[in-house]
Design a protein around this ligand. Structure first.
Ligand code: RBZ
Ligand code: NIO
Length: 341
């Protein structure tokens, strides 16, 4: 549960800072939100932690991505060597970084990649269930454990990223099932497929939903029938962060769908989430609306990995820094009349 009283105290305190009332806009709201989450009057979000989960998707066989499945494993090695967008962005924000193999289709021989492989990718959900119920539960547990591990290391804000070729198809199917919206409204180009391929992607998802009829309110049913292993793990990590009162900075489409899955396990988790950016993927706006979250920035990004959250993190950090300002009394600045806004 949120510390509402502390949130009110921080709201009143912000009005005493040496600036016109409300003039720092959304930053003021961010400071109040984080105070409510953490129970701290002067919360800190540094250092942030970036936890990337990687897994493969059987649905990639349907030709729904612009890139081949082996890119998942190749990118995991790239993460390990520091060459991906999320690596360079993580360095800029002094983040603690870890990448977890929760279901890549091949063995990863790299010490720095945390091996928590639950399966060698999911089954193709166009024809069969993506995974067993046990594997879905295991993948959520992996995320929960790794989320807690990262929090134990001292991080103050969690960014959860993903890598998994085909996962915009999985995320679109999950979102259609959870929202009841038409697939056509939310499906997008993912890594950059052409318009004909988008139609095919949409048809694949529509047929799969007819076949499986997943239960919108049952997260294990959704994950079992559709996948994916990394999405399950992301949800688990978010549940851990909420339990530990660590703010979660959401990334793009896949991450926000994982966030929705997390709320199906425990609706309180939503109170610990901050939306960072709005991705180009059309489903992202819908997923954010369902969570009732307004993104901080729109940068026309469509990458994933946690990249958009890392880019927006300095904004959240600035909101915390704001609380270090002088007050009108400590700064010897005259207050204005009560007319504001
Ligand atoms: C080189 C490369 C790096 C990536 N980093 C994230 N993604 C992103 O693209 C994938 C989802 O798009 P789709 O559903 O179209 O396959 C995911 O792996 C996601 O993290 C990448 C994709 C590629 C090709
Ligand atoms: O919004 C995202 O997270 C996204 C969009 C396209 C491809 N990969 C990720």
């Amino acid at each position: 549960m949120l510390y509402k009283q502390i949130g009110e105290e921080v709201r009143n305190y912000i009005d005493q800072l040496t600036k016109p009332r409300g003039s720092l806009g959304r930053l003021e709201e961010l400071a109040i939100e984080v105070a409510k989450m953490t129970g701290e009057r002067f919360p800190r979000v540094t250092p942030p932690g970036v936890l990337v989960f990687a897994a493969d998707h059987g649905i990639a066989k349907e030709g729904v991505s612009a890139y081949p499945q082996e890119v998942t494993a190749q990118m995991v090695l790239n993460f390990a060597r520091g060459g991906a967008a999320i690596n360079v962005f993580s360095k800029q924000i002094d983040a603690t970084f870890a990448v977890v193999d929760v279901g890549v289709a091949v063995d990863i021989h790299e010490e720095s990649v945390i091996n928590e492989k639950v399966a060698y990718g999911t089954n193709n959900f166009a024809y069969e269930k993506a995974m067993t119920k046990e594997d879905a539960e295991r993948a959520v547990q992996v995320g929960y454990r790794q989320g807690n591990r990262m929090i134990d290391s001292g991080i103050r804000c969690l960014i959860v990223g993903e890598m998994g070729i085909g996962n915009t198809t999985t995320a679109s199917a999950l979102l259609a099932a959870m929202s009841g919206r038409h697939v056509a409204e939310l499906v997008g180009k993912g890594t950059g497929i052409h318009n004909e391929a988008v139609k095919h992607k949409r048809a694949v998802i529509e047929r799969a939903l007819m076949l499986h009829q997943p239960k919108a309110s049952d997260p294990i049913d959704l994950l079992t029938k559709i996948g994916g292993l990394e999405i399950a793990a992301m949800a688990g990590a978010m549940i851990a962060a909420a339990e530990r009162r660590i703010p979660i900075l959401l990334d793009g489409f896949i991450c926000t769908v994982a966030a929705l899955v997390a709320t199906r396990f425990d609706e309180d988790v939503v109170h610990y989430m901050i939306a960072s950016h709005e991705s180009v993927e059309p489903g992202h706006r819908i997923a954010l609306q369902l969570l009732n979250k307004e993104p901080l920035v729109r940068l026309h990004m469509r990458l994933g990995e946690g990249s958009g959250a890392a880019v927006a993190f300095p904004i959240v950090n600035m909101a915390m820094a704001m609380l270090r300002m002088a007050t009108f009394s400590s700064g010897n600045v005259s207050t204005g009349s009560d007319h504001h806004e």
